[in-house]
Design a protein around this ligand. Structure first.
Ligand code: DX5
Ligand code: ZN
Length: 216
């Protein structure tokens, strides 16, 4: 089973991005999670293209871009040219999710779809066969450092049931409030990708925290 840690750069020291990249390059994290917020879909603004390009220059890992922006279609090409390997958008942010999926695919990136905790998992039924990854938010998108919502485990089971019914094959990613213990529990229920910001970057030894998350 695929088991990937994607540290969320949102919790890192922005005054020292080059050394953050160095630290991640020498860790067991396979992806780096990039949270893009527009102040419209979520009540927060993070960073955009110049920061993404700067990270790309120094990172050897894949960039997992999480778009928390209204009308993502407009910017997909640009995110891919800045180095995004995976682009995940919120179902709630586009009128035509299948069109957004096609746009991402045509640009050559892996396609992810995500929903906030208040959106029923069943809303993904018509979509899952078309994506490479489904991200279930375990906090409301917008801020790092929130508390993990335990209902997420039920939602994972519902998603896995839908995958089974449709014989669909996609990665499951979970994002928000995840510490080492929760990461292990999530891997145990066959989650593939764990996003973690605060628990990695606020720890004494981020590389060791990443390693611990991956241990059985
Ligand atoms: C929340 C973001 C998350 C966040 C995770 O809107 O999507 O990726 O950075 O950070 P922690 O692990 O601190 O909850
Ligand atoms: Zn995120």
């Amino acid at each position: 089973m695929t088991k990937i840690i994607a540290p969320s750069i949102l919790a890192a020291d922005f005054s020292n991005l080059q050394s953050v990249c160095g630290l991640l390059n020498h860790s067991q994290a396979e992806w780096v999670h990039i949270d893009v917020m527009d102040g419209v879909f979520v009540p927060n603004i993070s960073f955009g293209f110049p920061v993404l390009e700067a990270i790309k220059r120094h990172i050897t890992k894949e960039l997992d871009v999480h778009l928390m922006i209204q009308n993502p279609d407009k910017y997909i090409e640009r995110f891919v040219s800045c180095g995004a390997n995976t682009i995940t958008f919120h179902l709630e942010t586009t009128d035509n999710p299948l069109k957004t999926i096609e746009l991402i695919r045509n640009c050559g990136a892996r396609v992810g779809i995500t929903i906030n905790p208040n959106v029923p998992v069943a809303a993904l039924r018509p979509i899952v066969r078309h994506v490479d990854m489904v991200l279930l938010m375990s906090v409301f998108a917008g801020f790092g450092g929130q508390k993990f919502m335990t209902e997420t485990f039920d939602r994972i089971a519902q998603l896995q049931e839908i995958a089974l019914q449709q014989n669909a094959d996609f990665l499951i990613e979970i994002d928000g409030g995840i510490d080492t213990e929760i990461a292990k529990e999530l891997f145990n229920v066959n989650v593939n990708v764990i996003v973690a910001g605060s628990s990695i970057f606020n720890s004494q030894n981020p590389q060791k925290t990443i390693k611990n998350m991956l241990e059985e």
